[in-house]
Design a binder for this molecule. Structure first.
Ligand SMILES: [Zn+2]
Length: 267
């Protein structure tokens, strides 16, 4: 797409072994308000993990290769919503939770949502290529990067195959499970699944109060307060249910409280 340059990503070194690459998804359509999107790169001694591949609108692979300095590279998708996976086609192999592998095993066809994606993806014929190989993850899988180990935590709710990654250095990458922004939830009868996943993460943070949370959107890092705020907020939605408004674009109900805006699926 014309006008997209290398500065598309804002790259920040957060720690010796951790980078964040940020991009603004509102460029695709102003309805996407959760800027920035945070892609993370964890560097072990011999292996690196890139968490998510972003919107796919600007080359990501060359930037990542420069940062990893010869280490092996593993690519993970925190889940398969468009803003986390549209760069997958730049990479040979991508890991994703087994519940969502089918979503990224074939090209994404955007031809039915041209009014959303038209501005940015028309030049790609509305077809977003997948990675060549998809490898599946499940809860408890672990990866040794050299000095740093990473464990996969299945946290369904926002999507059926959402994963979080816990490092032995104390970072918990929580994808779209929680962040201080507009929160996308499944229909109300699936709220217990969402709450169970958030509780699981809260318990982890209570066992180890040094854990820092790194969400895929908005402000970073966060602490356990974020999870407690969202847990309490979702619990309270039933008390605010009368205030809900329709949102046709997302086919969702919208409810606001002091901390979050919730989009609740009507499917
Ligand atoms: Zn998402």
């Amino acid at each position: 797409m014309a006008g997209i340059k290398e500065e598309w990503y804002k790259i920040t070194k957060l720690k010796d072994y951790l980078y964040v690459l940020q991009e603004n998804i509102s460029i695709v359509h102003p309805v996407y308000t959760n800027d920035p999107l945070n892609l993370y790169l964890i560097l072990g001694d011999h292996t690196a993990i890139l968490i998510d591949t972003g919107c796919g609108l600007s080359p990501l692979k060359p930037l990542v290769e420069k940062l990893i300095r010869g280490r092996d590279l593993l690519i993970f998708n925190s889940h398969t919503h468009w803003d986390h996976v549209f760069g997958n086609g730049q990479f040979e192999e991508v890991y994703v939770h087994e519940n969502e592998a089918f979503m990224v095993s074939r090209p994404y066809d955007l031809s039915f949502s041209k009014e959303i994606f038209g501005k940015c993806y028309a030049s790609r014929n509305f077809l977003i290529p997948p990675a060549k190989t998809i490898k599946t993850l499940k809860d408890g899988d672990s990866f040794d990067l050299g000095k740093i180990k990473v464990k996969v935590i299945h946290a369904p709710g926002h999507s059926p195959g959402s994963i979080c990654l816990l490092t032995t250095t104390g970072e918990l990458f929580i994808g779209d499970v929680s962040y201080y922004g507009d929160i996308f939830l499944p229909r109300r009868r699936s709220f217990p699944i969402v709450l169970e996943s958030i509780s699981k993460l809260i318990r982890l943070c209570e066992i180890n109060d040094k854990i820092e949370l790194y969400p895929s959107h908005k402000k970073i890092p966060c602490d356990n307060t974020l999870l407690l705020d969202l847990y309490n907020g979702i619990k309270n939605i039933e008390n605010l249910w009368e205030n809900r408004k329709e949102h046709n674009f997302f086919n969702a109900w919208v409810i606001d409280d002091e901390k979050f805006r919730y989009y609740i699926s009507r499917y």
